[in-house]
Design a protein around this ligand. Structure first.
Ligand code: ARG
Length: 463
């Protein structure tokens, strides 16, 4: 092989991160080989001993990774043979790198999914904490980025909690399909050795919802399936899209034109030329990195589309996009939990320095856009007007308010009554932001009592 081809085909410098899964899989395989009498107990003991030493070498950095040995699997196997001789050479009985690598990626990804789910919980808790502090803070809710109706800032935060809770749910659903055993498929056709695949699955904790061993049931599919990596990356992309939407809002809200929030200095940067600047680099980068993760999804799905069964070397290209997706998502979730909720003080268990909210600026903005116009229409409906007529009446009233440069609530009663005789003094209650908020007391609505109920529900769900 030419040096260039060696470098081109080798994957060890990125797939070495699978080493722990590789050793875990080998231990389970060797244990089963011995139990089935395919290798001797003495060989099994030597293999276990050798793999323990390799674990130590890798952990301490003493292990020498060699490009010449192509990938993580061959590097570990070669070292094992160096350490324990023929026993090491027996490990690969009834196994191929094709089912080995598929097993390793699944084992590794399973652990990562669990960490990601926990990080999603942290982020949800941070958002819930921020929501709880700001249930009664009123901000303009937008459609088309035009002021629409007043909403509770806490309610707005809980919208993201819903998204991240679905993301976590998706991760756990995908985990069920990740957590299945390819080993025993060998190269593609199965093997002539009497392997006990279910035993290996149990050893590796690859179980279905009923607690039964979860084994890939078709050897060709087992070595060539990367659906699990693709759907993981799709779920990761969606989680990043949620983070990206939130980022976009944080960036807008931080701008001088909105001035709704502050982000702790730790998460912002200055400018090399403009001394006054405080830039929201973290949300901007998260928005940018979303493109990168979505790109990995496109990469992986394109990687599969032309492959005939069964294993093809193309699949080695699944690693870098998958690894980078995991790294990017984990870092982003971690940093967002802290940016939103603040830094956790290990001593007190309290968080400090999260997003700080400017209620006056939000209320002022809500008052600028006739956000209670729908409430006036609803008021007229309660007085007996059909909704469509009320809608038109209020449109005239809003026009008059715009002409006078005032809010609806600032129009004198006589002026309001000129649009509808049904209007009485009590109209001013419904024209206030708080009155509007309190009125939306439907399940899932923005009334503070509903928002508090949702916070309580989320806390129970996440406990
Ligand atoms: N490094 C390879 C991969 O990541 C392992 C499997 C190689 N198998 C083979 N027959 N060349 O897919």
């Amino acid at each position: 092989m030419s040096d260039l081809v060696k470098r081109y085909t080798s994957s060890v410098f990125f797939d070495k991160r699978l080493w722990q899964a590789d050793i875990e899989g080998s231990l389970a395989h060797a244990e089963m080989l011995a139990a089935q009498g395919i290798i001797g107990q003495a060989d099994h003991a030597l293999i276990a001993q050798g793999l323990a030493q390799i674990t130590q070498e890798i952990e301490t950095g003493a292990f020498e990774w060699k490009l010449d040995l192509e990938d993580v699997h061959l590097n570990i196997e070669a070292r094992l043979t160096q350490l324990v001789g023929d026993a090491g050479k027996r490990l690969h009985t009834g196994r191929s790198r094709n089912d080995q690598v598929a097993t390793d990626v699944r084992l590794w990804l399973r652990g990562e999914i669990d960490q990601i789910t926990n990080l999603m919980t942290d982020l949800q808790l941070a958002l819930i904490g921020l929501a709880e502090k700001n249930v009664d803070v009123i901000m303009p809710g937008f459609t088309h980025l035009q002021v629409a109706q007043p909403v509770s800032f806490g309610h707005h935060m809980l919208a993201y909690v819903e998204m991240f809770s679905r993301d976590a749910e998706r991760m756990q659903e995908i985990r069920r399909r990740v957590n299945r055993l390819p080993l025993g498929a060998a190269a593609l056709a199965g093997t002539s050795y009497p392997l006990d695949r279910e035993r290996v699955a149990i050893t590796l904790g690859m179980l279905d919802a009923q607690g039964q061993p979860a084994v890939c049931q078709n050897s060709l599919d087992a070595v060539s399936d990367r659906d699990f990596a693709i759907e993981f990356t799709a779920a990761a992309s969606l989680a990043m899209v949620h983070i990206s939407r939130m980022s976009e809002e944080l960036i807008l809200w931080m701008s001088q034109n909105f001035g709704f929030i502050q982000i702790a200095d730790r998460f912002t940067t200055g400018s090399s030329i403009m001394p006054q600047k405080k830039n929201p680099d973290v949300p901007e980068l998260a928005r940018g990195k979303t493109g990168r993760v979505v790109g990995h999804l496109m990469g992986l799905i394109t990687l599969m589309k032309g492959q005939p069964l069964a294993y093809n070397k193309d699949n080695q290209e699944d690693k870098e996009p998958l690894f980078d997706t995991v790294d990017t998502l984990k870092d982003t979730l971690r940093i967002f939990a802290e940016m939103v909720g603040g830094q956790l003080d290990a001593q007190t268990g309290l968080r400090t320095g999260g997003i700080s909210v400017k209620p006056e600026a939000m209320e002022r903005a809500a008052l600028r856009g006739y956000a209670t116009a729908t409430d006036l229409a609803d008021y007229l409906v309660k007085k007996g007007q059909p909704f469509r007529d009320a809608h038109e009446t209020v449109a005239h009233a809003v026009k008059a308010a715009i002409d006078h440069g005032v809010d609806l609530s600032e129009l004198p009663l006589a002026v309001l009554q000129s649009f509808s005789a049904a209007i009485e003094k009590d109209v001013y209650e419904c024209l206030s932001l708080r009155g509007s908020l309190n009125a939306r007391n439907v399940l899932g609505g923005t009334a503070p009592v509903q928002v508090r109920a949702q916070i309580a529900r989320h806390k129970i769900r996440l406990a």
